[in-house]
Design a binder for this molecule. Structure first.
Ligand SMILES: *[C@@H]1O[C@H](CO)[C@@H](O)[C@H](O)[C@H]1NC(C)=O
Ligand SMILES: *[C@@H]1O[C@H](CO)[C@@H](O)[C@H](O)[C@H]1NC(C)=O
Ligand SMILES: *[C@@H]1O[C@H](CO)[C@@H](O)[C@H](O)[C@H]1NC(C)=O
Ligand SMILES: *[C@@H]1O[C@H](CO)[C@@H](O)[C@H](O)[C@H]1NC(C)=O
Ligand SMILES: *[C@@H]1O[C@H](CO)[C@@H](O)[C@H](O)[C@H]1NC(C)=O
Length: 421
């Protein structure tokens, strides 16, 4: 047996290395370093660092930076804006999508609109913070802020650096103007969560929060330490209102808390999370209930609760430690709503091993855990968690079997080598 050990150890380490290489590579830009190679942008580079926007750029995975040369920056500095205001203006130049020179010249319909970091800074109102990009005849491309206030567009000069589809640095002729971005800001004060959501399409949700001050307090108390909120837009809340009025007071509280997480998740962090269930403000740590998973496909991010799949339609704010996203559906936890027929019908096939005994146990456990305070109106979700536990068990078992199969075949190969030797 001792003779096998080195080879087994070797085969194990092969597995470990193979598994490690499947993890996404930790990768960060260093915009300061990129721009340092281009002295004509030294002023822009200096102010990216001074306003802390450099780290904002570095932590994002897909980004386009529009830079102006030192002459262009001198025009901006002549306005004698405060540093926080300068930050707003410069954040208008950081687009949250990738545009290489080639993509600019292939714009469908000749124009597009891109959101900027200013748009999600919490300082922008309405459509300010969006940049119109237009591909004109003869290859001229212009950039203009949607609320430019009549200011003339900047034109594309040249591509400075492109790492498709991670970071693109493009030179433009002049600074983008926006009265909104240039409006004097004192210090970056605390975000007013309710105003922010109400002004950006989630007014009905804010009204529900006002009617549940404890939930609002719970959201607000996490603002400085880590908070992610999914606020359903007004259409979603209105479509949901018959179901909402059916809930008990405790059910309403759990439902609203379910829309917040006590952790800051940028879109990148949401995408990087994989399939793991995320805890919410409604989660009882002993119970591991009231969770959902997040999935992404390209730029699209969806939240799945077993009952509904909601899509993120916009980012209202993304400023570490707080992020607020608008979603197109109310997130319905399975603790409060019945899993759709189709899924319950599929469940036995997924989980043939679900024993009646296990179901009863899970149901009893569920009943015992205090959510009796919020009786599951309008349905009894007892079966669901049990089926789910079994499905998860089965998945885990399958994964273990697969890993074991891979390991045993390597071990067998190792043994064969020894036998041949
Ligand atoms: C980025 O590069 C600059 C200059 O090369 C360096 O001073 C700085 O420490 C780097 N920042 C990070 C986060 O690596
Ligand atoms: C930006 O594009 C939108 C939609 O195409 C348009 O309504 C708006 O007038 C444009 N704004 C500017 C300043 O060009
Ligand atoms: C862009 O990022 C991906 C990982 O997200 C990486 O595989 C790829 O090499 C990067 N591309 C460049 C040009 O750095
Ligand atoms: C947010 O602003 C509203 C008025 O616009 C105010 O009533 C409310 O108290 C503010 N909330 C906080 C937490 O400052
Ligand atoms: C509200 O509850 C009643 C009684 O349980 C039920 O008949 C009705 O379908 C429910 N309405 C909605 C919209 O869930």
């Amino acid at each position: 047996m001792g003779r096998f050990s080195p080879l087994l150890a070797a085969s194990m380490s092969v597995l470990v290395v193979a598994a490690a290489s499947l993890l996404p590579a930790a990768r960060a830009h260093n915009i300061t370093k990129i721009l340092a190679q281009h002295p004509e942008f030294s002023s822009f580079n200096h102010y990216l660092s001074a306003t802390h926007l450099a780290s904002e750029i570095n932590r994002r995975l897909t980004i386009t930076l529009l830079v102006v040369d030192n002459t262009g920056m001198a025009d901006l500095l002549a306005k004698h804006l405060s540093l926080p205001t300068l930050r707003n203006v410069l954040s208008l130049h950081i687009l949250t999508d990738y545009y290489g020179a080639k993509k600019l010249h292939l714009l469908t319909g000749g124009s597009t609109s891109s959101s900027s970091v200013f748009q999600s800074s919490g300082h922008a109102v309405g459509t300010s913070g969006y940049i119109n990009i237009t591909d004109h005849l003869r290859g001229k491309v212009t950039f203009v802020s949607e609320d430019s206030g009549g200011g003339s567009p900047a034109t594309f000069v040249k591509s400075v650096e492109e790492l498709p589809y991670n970071i693109s640095v493009l030179q433009i002729s002049t600074i983008l103007t926006s009265p909104e971005a240039e409006a004097p800001v004192a210090a970056p004060g605390p975000v007013n969560l309710t105003d922010l959501m109400a002004n950006k399409g989630c007014k009905d949700f804010v009204d529900l929060l006002h009617a549940n001050p404890d939930v609002l307090k719970s959201f607000q108390s996490n603002l400085d330490t880590g908070l992610t909120v999914f606020c359903p837009d007004d259409d979603a809340v209105s479509a949901f209102s018959p179901k909402y009025s059916n809930l008990t007071a405790a059910g309403k509280t759990s439902l609203l808390l379910y829309h917040g997480m006590p952790v800051y998740y940028s879109p990148q962090l949401l995408k990087a999370n994989g399939d793991g269930p995320l805890s919410t403000l409604a989660t009882d740590t002993h119970n591991k209930n009231y969770k959902y998973t997040v999935q992404s496909d390209g730029d699209a991010i969806t939240i799945k609760t077993h009952i509904v799949t909601a899509a993120i339609s916009s980012t209202l704010i993304d400023q570490d430690p707080a992020a607020v996203y608008a979603v197109d559906k109310v997130l319905e936890p399975r603790e409060l709503f019945k899993i759709p027929e189709k899924e319950t019908a599929d469940a036995p096939a997924l989980a043939p091993a679900a024993s009646p005994q296990k179901k009863t146990k899970a149901a009893a456990k569920h009943k015992a855990t205090g959510h009796g305070a919020s009786p599951p109106a309008p349905s009894g979700p007892e079966e669901a968690p049990a089926d789910d536990v079994t499905a998860a068990d089965n998945a885990a078992l399958r994964a273990t079997r697969a890993a074991f199969a891979a390991w045993t075949s390597l071990a067998a190969a190792a043994a064969a080598v020894l036998l041949l030797a």
